[in-house]
Design a protein around this ligand. Structure first.
Ligand SMILES: CC(C)(COP(=O)(O)OP(=O)(O)OC[C@H]1O[C@@H](n2cnc3c(N)ncnc32)[C@H](O)[C@@H]1OP(=O)(O)O)[C@@H](O)C(=O)NCCC(=O)NCCS
Length: 143
């Protein structure tokens, strides 16, 4: 599986992929253009079919979004593992994310990737579901 850093030429692709994966809340081309250009954000693309967006600021990095148009084939795990490596290389010590507790696939992915639930935001999403805050300590690795 080949994972590459997005360039400005990928803004259209990212908007298309994100709109497919999140039809209720697509992030448009202008958003992706800005994220790709930002020195705080790192956008990775897998095989033109999956993506992950990371915010890298100091010791705390954040996964902003991850998605694949071909679920169940390992794309999500490959992108999260690559994100861990890139965040560590950029000097981050902890990786955070928030995810709906109704999103079983994402909770399964992050749990398998070693993230721990460290907080809860009640009624965070528009469907009324809570957000779980999850953390992975980069320095100590997977064990
Ligand atoms: C969440 C998402 C990124 C997972 O990516 P994926 O490529 O399908 O996941 P993988 O194939 O890498 O699976 C890795 C692990 O995640 C878990 N997982 C994946 N899909 C799952 C599901 N439907 N239910 C429960 N656990 C699941 C499993 O533990 C799996 O390991 P296994 O295959 O050994 O059982 C994908 O389902 C997706 O794009 N969903 C829509 C977008 C989204 O909700 N993104 C996250 C919100 S920020």
């Amino acid at each position: 599986m080949s994972i590459r850093r997005a360039t400005e030429d990928d803004a259209v692709l990212l908007a298309k992929l994100h709109g497919t994966v999140f039809p209720d809340g697509p992030w448009d081309e202008a958003f992706w253009r800005g994220a790709i250009a930002s020195s705080h954000d790192l956008i990775l693309v897998l095989e033109d079919r999956a993506f992950i967006a990371l915010r890298l600021i100091g010791p705390e990095a954040e996964i902003l979004t991850v998605g694949t148009t071909l679920p169940g084939k390992g794309d999500g795990m490959a992108l999260v593992e690559e994100a861990k490596l890139r965040a560590l290389a950029a000097g981050a010590q902890r990786l955070f994310l928030e995810v709906s507790i109704a999103n079983k696939a994402a909770l399964g992915l992050y749990g398998k990737a070693g993230f721990a639930r460290v907080g809860n935001r009640p009624n965070y999403y528009s469907d009324g579901s809570d957000a779980a805050i999850m953390r992975f300590d980069l320095a100590q690795g997977d064990e």
